[in-house]
Design a protein around this ligand. Structure first.
Ligand SMILES: *Cc1c(COP(=O)(O)O)cnc(C)c1O
Length: 281
């Protein structure tokens, strides 16, 4: 990956002249089943640009309560897009049609955000038919649907389906290259041509318009060619660890119930763990 970055062909990204960025955007649009794609330094910025391009201030953002966009993006949807953020409790991180039907305020200008795989539930994969049912319910209310697919390739490899099985249905989709795909940074937002045009505005506003960004795009292109299939190795290792612990693992997370002192005790033995959601590591 480092060698590919060093050898990258580059140009000025803001003039659409970076061949590596252009190639990544072309490939990602095709892979995700959308008209266009746009490169961002981070998936947080791509998510925020997607929200801003599709919503009206004062409208509702609905997501499962432990979704990344609600808890790890620092109130961004409220700050950048003036959205009212609402989280619903639901198993496996899945907003259900009945959650949407129960929301009086959800209409045009609002957005539903679904995450796949869903991080805080332990990397759970959305079954395609359930994803479709929730999406249909959002459309019926005139709300947009954004897929935070930071780990969509994990879902794809785990379920044996192309990433477009979920991505093509959503109005917009974010992919993160700096998680299991192993890049130092980088993300892509895909959607219709007009949505991507509007997203450019946020890319400038948030300071995400770059210059010779092909150095980073080359890492992402390398990851597409070499690291997607290796996610299966991550899943197999997680499975092995989970089996040994009698724990849950669907993709690349192993969910362990937390007892007081666990983090410190394990750190003393050289084992590092991260918080998953309250009560779980
Ligand atoms: C990590 C992550 C992001 C943000 O990605 P960055 O590139 O680190 O900003 C967004 N959504 C989910 C689900 C994530 O896990």
């Amino acid at each position: 990956m480092r060698a590919a970055m060093a050898a990258a062909e580059v140009g000025d990204e803001q003039y659409l002249e970076d061949p590596s960025v252009n190639e990544l955007q072309r490939r990602m649009a095709e892979l995700l089943g959308h008209e266009a794609a746009l490169f961002f330094p981070t998936a947080t910025m791509a998510n925020q640009a997607a929200l801003r391009a599709q919503t009206k201030p004062g409208s509702l953002l609905l997501a499962e309560e432990h979704t990344h966009v609600l808890i790890y993006e620092w109130g961004g949807p409220a700050i950048h897009s003036g959205l009212v953020m609402k989280g619903v409790a639901s198993a496996a991180g899945r907003v259900r049609p009945e959650h949407i039907e129960a929301e009086e305020e959800l209409g045009p200008g609002s957005i539903v955000v679904l995450e796949n795989t869903h991080r805080s539930s332990g990397g759970r994969i959305w079954p395609v038919d359930e994803f479709r049912a929730t999406l249909d319910a959002a459309r019926e209310r005139g709300a947009a649907l954004h897929l935070d697919g930071a780990r969509l390739f994990n879902a794809s490899v785990g379920a044996g389906l192309p990433p477009s099985a979920w991505a093509a249905q959503a109005d917009s989709v974010t992919i993160c290259f700096s998680k299991g795909l192993g890049c130092p940074l980088g993300a892509v937002l895909a959607g219709s041509g007009s949505l991507i045009e509007r997203a450019w505005e946020s890319k400038y506003l948030f300071g995400g318009a770059m210059r010779q960004a092909g150095v980073i795009a080359a890492a992402a292109l390398y990851a597409l060619d070499h690291n997607v299939e290796r996610l299966a190795d991550d899943h197999a290792r997680a499975r092995r660890l989970a089996d040994a612990l009698g724990a849950e693992a669907e993709t690349n997370f192993v969910t362990i119930p937390e007892s007081p002192g666990d983090l410190e005790r394990l750190r003393d033995q050289g084992v590092l763990l991260g918080d998953l959601r309250p009560g779980y590591l």
